[in-house]
Design a protein. Structure first.
Ligand code: HEM
Length: 316
């Protein structure tokens, strides 16, 4: 199985997932059901996470099929650009969905301003991603392309005009002197924020800092979420800048896989009540302790694989 297969496996998750998650979210607003609201926010957040490998596997698919007869570079780049825009909107939607879940625990409801933002962003993201997916289908399905000119010699119609947005962003990241070092610095700050909060929560769950209440720690979670958001953004900018140095890099695959698992682990602390219902001096339940140890192992794994990109893989 190569990256083209992984892309074909993952690339329908964003649109189908958002149709299901968005539909349930709308239903929860109409029926005023809090349980349905929470379930739909979990789906929107989970799909936003899966969209990260879905996006990244696309460049691997490009590498696998770019020299096949009849495959048009400009069609692929137009699809890549459209996917980047849809991806950006889906990640922002996921961030607001996470905020909604956090607000549920803290305020026992999601404020109406956030519900409105999630609804609008879900509809816009779904529209943009459906357009990107349709363009992805056109790469190998001549029968769904219509009314376009043909690349001389190939028999393949090109999109008119060719925006190639992702390549423009990529060139900006690599060709602007301050851009890569700035992203590296922000990536490090994001990581410190995220790991700082994760370690505090995990150590408390394991019985260290017993005087601190879980309610106090719960207030710090948005800082971890901001750190995660900064790192997804800067990480994607690195990837869009030089996809070639990551798509054949084993360390990179492990890193993305571990980020996905750590995201699942974070859902436990975001959605479930049990670790947060405890006061100072109280002991956390065993499931929370298992989640805490696995969070530490996963995030240290992410750190390790990130540092090993040039050594175990071929980056830089
Ligand atoms: C989350 C973002 C993305 C989504 C939702 C997406 C979706 C899709 C879809 C639906 C297809 C058509 C599959 C089919 O023919 O059945 C496709 C194909 C393709 N996509 Fe993407 N895509 C994304 C990102 C990317 C990126 C960043 C690239 C990089 C250039 C890319 C490159 C390709 C290529 C080369 C194909 C043709 C694969 C083949 O037919 O073997 N995609 N994509």
């Amino acid at each position: 199985m190569d990256l083209a297969h992984i892309h074909l496996l993952l690339n329908h998750f964003p649109t189908i997932g958002y149709i299901i998650g968005g539909g349930l979210f709308l239903l929860s607003l109409i029926s005023k059901s809090d349980d349905l609201k929470r379930a739909s926010l979990v789906i929107l957040l989970g799909i936003s996470l899966i969209t990260i490998p879905a996006y990244m596997s696309g460049n691997g698919a490009q590498d696998a099929i770019k020299s096949l007869p009849g495959v048009s570079k400009s069609l692929i780049e137009a699809h890549e650009g459209a996917a980047l825009v849809g991806f950006g909107f889906m990640e922002v939607t996921g961030a607001f969905a996470w905020l909604g879940l956090w607000q549920f625990r803290r305020l026992a409801r999601v404020p109406s301003w956030n519900l409105a933002i999630i609804l609008v962003l879900t509809v816009v993201s779904l529209g943009l991603m459906t357009r990107a997916s349709n363009m992805g289908g056109e790469i190998r399905h001549a029968e769904i392309r219509a009314g376009q000119e043909t690349t001389p010699g190939s028999g393949i119609p090109d999109p008119q005009p060719d925006p190639a947005l992702a390549r423009t962003v990529g060139a900006f990241v690599t060709d602007t002197r301050w851009m890569w070092p700035t992203c590296e610095t922000l990536h490090f700050i994001g990581l410190s924020l995220l790991l700082g909060v994760v370690l505090l929560v995990d150590l408390r769950v394991l019985g260290v800092l017993k005087g601190v209440s879980f309610a106090a720690l719960h207030r710090l979670l948005p800082l971890a979420a901001i750190g995660f958001g900064v790192n997804v953004t800067t990480g994607v900018l690195f990837f869009v800048g030089i996809p070639g140095q990551y798509i054949h890099n084993a360390s990179f695959y492990w890193k993305v896989a571990l980020v996905m698992l750590a995201g699942l682990n974070a859902l436990y602390f975001t959605v479930l009540e049990e670790p947060w219902a405890l006061g100072p001096k109280e002991d956390a339940p065993l499931t929370a302790k298992i989640a805490a140890v696995s969070a530490m192992v996963l995030w240290i794994g992410v750190l390790y694989c990130g540092s090993m990109l040039p050594f175990l893989g071929n980056a830089f």
